[in-house]
Each structure stands twice: as C-alpha cells, then as structure tokens.
Design a protein around this ligand. Structure first.
Ligand SMILES: C[S@@+](CC[C@H](N)C(=O)[O-])C[C@H]1O[C@@H](n2cnc3c(N)ncnc32)[C@H](O)[C@@H]1O
Ligand SMILES: O=c1cc(-c2ccc(O)cc2)oc2c(O)c(O)ccc12
Length: 352
C-alpha cells in the first residue's frame, strides 16, 4: 500500500468524521421525539429547579436499570442544545434551554407537534425513495414514495390532517412574539385574508390584537370544515389557485415555499387581484425564509437548507432574495421590503 503523508491522513480522518457526523445525524430528531414522547421537558419544568438523574428517572417512572441509558440520551440532547447539564455537589443536574422551553406543554409556545409531524415514520420513509424519484417522471417525491401528492395524502387520511394542522398551528403560535413589536404593519388596514391559513392560529392572534380588523382564513374545504370564527374572524373553503376574496392585505405564511415558481406566480397574481380594487397602502405579506448563506449564521443556514430539502419533496423550495424578487416582478409587483423579525423567517411586504 502506498504510504500517505501525515497531512493526507489527517484530511481523510477529518473527512471520515464529517461523513460519520452526517450518518448519525438522523438520530437527532429521533432522540428529540424520545424526549417529547416521555414528556421530559414537562417534568423538568414542573420540578421548578434543575433535576438530578435519579429524580428524573423517578418522575418518569422508568426502571432504575435504565438510568444509564437515560443519562446517555440526555448527554446527547444536551450536546445538541436541547438541555443544559450542570454539576452540583458531584451530581449531574438537567435544566431547560431556550429550545426545550419550547417543548413544554401548555405554555402557548409549544413546538412538540412540529416534532411529531417531522418524525412520523411513514412521512420520514419517503426520503428512502429520493434516488428512484429523481430518475423518474413523478412530479414529487410523495407520488413516488406514497402514491399521492402531499395535499392528497392529507385530504385522504384524517390522522395526517390532524398531524399536519397541529404541527402548523404550533409553529403559528410563535407569530405573537413578533407581532407585539410590529403593530404598525397592520395600521390603516380594515381587512386581511390569510391565504392557506390552516386552522386559523395566526389569524386568531391577529384578530385578538386588532379587534377592528376583519380577517378571513382561506384554505381547502376539508381543512376549514367545522371551524368557527368570531366577530372579526371567518373561515372560507376554497382554492387559492382559483380566487382569493378581496381585502386590503393578503397574508401568506409558509405558503409560497410549498410551490414551484410557476405556481407561486399564479398565487401572487391572484393576491394582486384580491387587493387591486382597494385604495392606498394595500400589500401582500409573506412570512418566509430568505436564504443568505453569506450573512446568516451557519445554524440558520442549516435550518433553511434543511427546510429546502423538506420542500423539495413537495416540489416547493426555499429562496434567496434574488429569487423572491424575480417572483414578485413576474407576478406584476413593483416593490418589496424584508423585515427579519421572525427568527429564521422574515416578514416580506410586497407592494403592487
Ligand atoms: C404549510 S401549510 C401553512 C399553514 C399556515 N399558513 C401556517 O403557517 O401555519 C400550507 C397550507 O396551504 C393550504 N393549501 C394547500 N393548497 C391550497 C389551495 N389550493 N388553496 C388554499 N389553501 C391551500 C394547506 O391546506 C395548508 O393549510
Ligand atoms: O415542517 C413541515 C413539515 C411538513 C410535512 C412533513 C411531513 C409530511 O408528510 C408532510 C408535511 O410540511 C411542511 C410544510 O408544508 C411547510 O410549508 C412548512 C413546514 C413543514
């Protein structure tokens, strides 16, 4: 065997580590699911102070023989920012981090349904078909893996509709954190349509904050069936590709990234029709990610690019500012402004 100089060997071992890091990365969401399934964030939260391993094992009613496994799972999750570990008087204690505070139930900001949605075994299994799909003619990975589009699957299986709706609703709860600081966004508006607004979590937050603003949630008929509104909130079953009711503003939260450019332009044109008969100050508001590999922190880019692969499965995509701009121009809009106020997502205002 040819001898390798030291530098070559170091580089190959670094390469091996990069590969193994990716190979074992699939365990991250599954260990997160384990923590949520056991209710670990709730137990730590209810304990009121950092919890020791024996206290956690007892609170979870786990056989003491499994304590060593618990400790290793907690170490892995702590290494990935989900819990904090401290040493106190020779004992390890665990506490919540900002990430696991978002997994405590009943707080109004609980993202556990997003964990359930994204770790569902059938839904995760579709990625085994990426190779088969990319060589074939099916429009999306869903057709190749599950024989139907994502929207078809959600319509056909009530259990997936709840899984999906609850996941999306949990994400939308976070909207109120940013709304408190941007009330000016809604100033001068009398009406708004939340297109693809699901079960109305975002719309309810807006309606409570602005009781004089009339809000319509437009979504597919089976999504909004049986939902009740309030005095300034109503639900409408329909199809955003056909028509969008008239309003001063249209909100699209996490809609356009579900679709390819051609479909986005159709949706945006329908949004433009919806606001065109109203006076000044009309706009379309997107809540979406903007890929910016140069300026974003590495972790933020990781989230955006991961989501992009998630969207690839349904023929959607995450976009750079330039890609967003092209869509707006092609749909007939003239200006846009990006406000980076929703963590890894931004509010993008688009004006006719
Ligand atoms: C990713 S979810 C976003 C839900 C919500 N905006 C949120 O952020 O929580 C996409 C939504 O678009 C809806 N949708 C899909 N096709 C649609 C169509 N043709 N017309 C109206 N809504 C549609 C789905 O039912 C779903 O509620
Ligand atoms: O976070 C998600 C997850 C999904 C998703 C996961 C698994 C399925 O079988 C279907 C959907 O879809 C999403 C989506 O459409 C979106 O716009 C944002 C986030 C997610």
């Amino acid at each position: 065997m040819a001898s390798m100089n030291n530098q070559e060997a170091i580089e190959l071992f670094e390469g091996q580590n990069i590969l193994y890091m990716q190979i074992f990365a699939h365990l991250k969401p599954l260990c997160l699911k384990w923590a949520v399934e056991l209710g670990i964030p709730d137990k730590i939260h209810n304990h009121g102070k950092p919890i020791t391993l024996p206290e956690l094992v007892s609170a979870l009613e786990i056989p003491p023989s499994k304590a060593g496994f618990m400790q290793r799972l907690m170490r892995f999750l702590a290494h990935n920012g989900i819990f904090d570990i401290h040493e106190s008087h020779g004992n390890l204690t665990y506490s919540l981090t900002p990430a696991s505070k978002l997994l405590v139930s009943g707080t109004g900001h609980c993202l556990s349904p997003m964990v359930w949605l994204n770790t569902d075994p059938l839904l995760m299994s579709k990625y085994h078909h990426l190779g088969e799909w990319i060589r074939g003619e099916d429009p999306t990975l869903y057709e190749t893996a599950l024989g139907t589009s994502v929207w078809g699957l959600i319509e056909q299986k009530p259990s997936y509709l709840s899984l999906f709706s609850e996941g999306m609703a949990s994400d939308s709860q976070m909207v109120d954190l940013a709304l408190k600081n941007c009330t000016s966004v809604f100033e001068g508006l009398d009406s708004i349509v939340d297109v693809g607004g699901g079960t109305g979590t975002t719309a309810r937050i807006i309606c409570e904050a602005f009781p004089k603003l009339k809000c319509v949630v437009l979504d597919l008929p089976h999504v909004v069936a049986n939902l009740t509104g309030s005095n300034n909130l109503s639900f409408l079953g329909g199809d955003m590709f056909k028509s969008i009711p008239q309003a001063d503003a249209v909100l699209l939260k996490w809609i356009l990234h579900d679709w390819n450019d051609e479909n986005c332009i159709k949706i945006l044109k329908n949004c433009k029709d919806s606001i065109s008969s109203r006076g000044n100050g009309v706009k379309v508001m997107l809540i979406e990610a903007v890929i910016n590999e140069k300026l974003d922190f590495q972790d933020v880019t990781q989230t955006k690019l991961g989501l992009d692969i998630g969207m690839l499965a349904i023929n959607g995509k995450e976009r750079t500012e330039e890609e967003w701009k092209q869509l707006f121009i092609e749909a007939g809009f003239k200006h846009y402004k990006i406000f980076p106020i929703f963590g890894f997502r931004s509010l993008i205002e688009v004006y006719p």
